[in-house]
Design a protein around this ligand. Structure first.
Ligand SMILES: [Zn+2]
Length: 125
Protein backbone atom coordinates (compact mmCIF):
# COMPACT_ATOMS: atom_id res chain seq x y z
CA UNK A 1 0.00 0.00 0.00
CA UNK A 2 1.58 3.17 -1.41
CA UNK A 3 -0.17 5.54 1.03
CA UNK A 4 0.84 3.71 4.18
CA UNK A 5 4.56 3.58 3.37
CA UNK A 6 4.40 7.26 2.43
CA UNK A 7 2.60 8.01 5.71
CA UNK A 8 5.31 6.21 7.70
CA UNK A 9 7.96 8.17 5.81
CA UNK A 10 6.21 11.46 6.61
CA UNK A 11 5.80 10.57 10.30
CA UNK A 12 9.48 9.61 10.56
CA UNK A 13 10.62 12.81 8.84
CA UNK A 14 8.44 14.97 11.11
CA UNK A 15 9.70 13.09 14.18
CA UNK A 16 13.30 13.74 13.12
CA UNK A 17 12.64 17.43 12.42
CA UNK A 18 10.71 17.90 15.66
CA UNK A 19 13.38 16.03 17.63
CA UNK A 20 16.17 18.19 16.26
CA UNK A 21 14.28 21.26 17.55
CA UNK A 22 13.63 19.60 20.91
CA UNK A 23 9.89 19.69 20.34
CA UNK A 24 7.77 17.81 22.82
CA UNK A 25 4.58 17.69 20.80
CA UNK A 26 3.59 18.26 17.20
CA UNK A 27 0.35 20.22 16.83
CA UNK A 28 -0.07 20.55 13.08
CA UNK A 29 1.51 19.37 9.86
CA UNK A 30 0.90 20.89 6.43
CA UNK A 31 1.59 18.76 3.38
CA UNK A 32 1.73 19.66 -0.29
CA UNK A 33 0.88 16.88 -2.66
CA UNK A 34 0.93 16.82 -6.44
CA UNK A 35 -1.91 15.09 -8.25
CA UNK A 36 0.61 12.87 -10.07
CA UNK A 37 1.89 11.36 -6.83
CA UNK A 38 -1.18 9.12 -7.11
CA UNK A 39 -1.73 9.40 -3.37
CA UNK A 40 -5.24 9.04 -2.03
CA UNK A 41 -5.52 11.83 0.52
CA UNK A 42 -7.97 10.07 2.81
CA UNK A 43 -5.85 6.94 2.93
CA UNK A 44 -2.74 9.02 3.51
CA UNK A 45 -4.35 10.90 6.41
CA UNK A 46 -5.52 7.61 7.87
CA UNK A 47 -2.03 6.14 7.49
CA UNK A 48 -0.49 9.15 9.25
CA UNK A 49 -2.99 8.81 12.07
CA UNK A 50 -2.07 5.14 12.53
CA UNK A 51 1.67 5.72 12.22
CA UNK A 52 1.49 8.64 14.71
CA UNK A 53 0.02 6.57 17.53
CA UNK A 54 2.25 6.68 20.59
CA UNK A 55 4.59 9.29 19.09
CA UNK A 56 4.85 13.06 19.62
CA UNK A 57 2.74 13.41 16.48
CA UNK A 58 -0.29 11.74 17.97
CA UNK A 59 -3.36 13.97 17.57
CA UNK A 60 -1.62 16.46 15.28
CA UNK A 61 -3.84 18.17 12.77
CA UNK A 62 -2.76 17.23 9.25
CA UNK A 63 -3.80 19.33 6.28
CA UNK A 64 -3.14 18.68 2.63
CA UNK A 65 -2.75 21.30 -0.05
CA UNK A 66 -2.96 20.06 -3.63
CA UNK A 67 -0.30 21.39 -5.99
CA UNK A 68 -0.99 22.22 -9.59
CA UNK A 69 0.71 20.32 -12.38
CA UNK A 70 3.36 22.31 -14.22
CA UNK A 71 4.94 21.33 -17.47
CA UNK A 72 7.70 22.75 -19.59
CA UNK A 73 7.99 22.30 -23.33
CA UNK A 74 11.37 20.96 -24.44
CA UNK A 75 10.80 22.34 -27.89
CA UNK A 76 9.97 26.02 -27.21
CA UNK A 77 10.45 26.36 -23.44
CA UNK A 78 6.88 27.39 -22.59
CA UNK A 79 5.80 26.63 -19.03
CA UNK A 80 2.21 25.63 -18.55
CA UNK A 81 0.15 25.27 -15.39
CA UNK A 82 -2.52 22.67 -15.70
CA UNK A 83 -5.57 23.02 -13.51
CA UNK A 84 -6.85 19.65 -14.27
CA UNK A 85 -10.13 18.28 -13.15
CA UNK A 86 -10.03 15.32 -15.47
CA UNK A 87 -8.61 12.05 -14.17
CA UNK A 88 -4.84 12.09 -14.21
CA UNK A 89 -4.39 9.11 -16.59
CA UNK A 90 -6.45 11.02 -19.13
CA UNK A 91 -4.18 14.02 -18.79
CA UNK A 92 -0.96 12.05 -19.28
CA UNK A 93 -1.86 10.92 -22.77
CA UNK A 94 -2.92 14.41 -23.85
CA UNK A 95 0.08 16.50 -22.76
CA UNK A 96 0.72 18.85 -25.65
CA UNK A 97 2.42 22.25 -25.59
CA UNK A 98 -0.25 24.97 -26.03
CA UNK A 99 2.32 27.23 -27.75
CA UNK A 100 3.87 25.03 -30.40
CA UNK A 101 1.86 21.81 -30.25
CA UNK A 102 4.92 19.71 -29.43
CA UNK A 103 4.44 16.54 -27.44
CA UNK A 104 7.96 16.85 -26.09
CA UNK A 105 6.61 18.13 -22.79
CA UNK A 106 8.16 17.43 -19.42
CA UNK A 107 6.35 17.49 -16.09
CA UNK A 108 8.22 19.76 -13.67
CA UNK A 109 5.70 19.85 -10.83
CA UNK A 110 2.91 17.55 -9.75
CA UNK A 111 4.62 14.43 -8.42
CA UNK A 112 5.62 15.93 -5.08
CA UNK A 113 4.80 14.95 -1.56
CA UNK A 114 6.28 17.75 0.55
CA UNK A 115 6.15 18.49 4.26
CA UNK A 116 5.56 22.23 4.03
CA UNK A 117 5.13 23.21 7.67
CA UNK A 118 5.32 21.66 11.09
CA UNK A 119 3.80 23.36 14.11
CA UNK A 120 5.17 22.04 17.37
CA UNK A 121 5.50 22.79 21.05
CA UNK A 122 9.06 23.25 22.24
CA UNK A 123 9.97 22.58 25.80
CA UNK A 124 11.68 25.73 27.04
CA UNK A 125 13.49 24.85 30.20
ZN1 LIG B 1 6.24 24.30 -27.07
Amino acid sequence: MHEFSTAVGIVNAVKRAAGSHKATRVIAIRLQIGPLSMLNHEQLLFGIEIASKGTILEGAEVSIETLTIKTTCKNCGTETVIREEKPVYDLLVTLVCPECGSKNVEIIQGRECIIKDIKAVIDSD
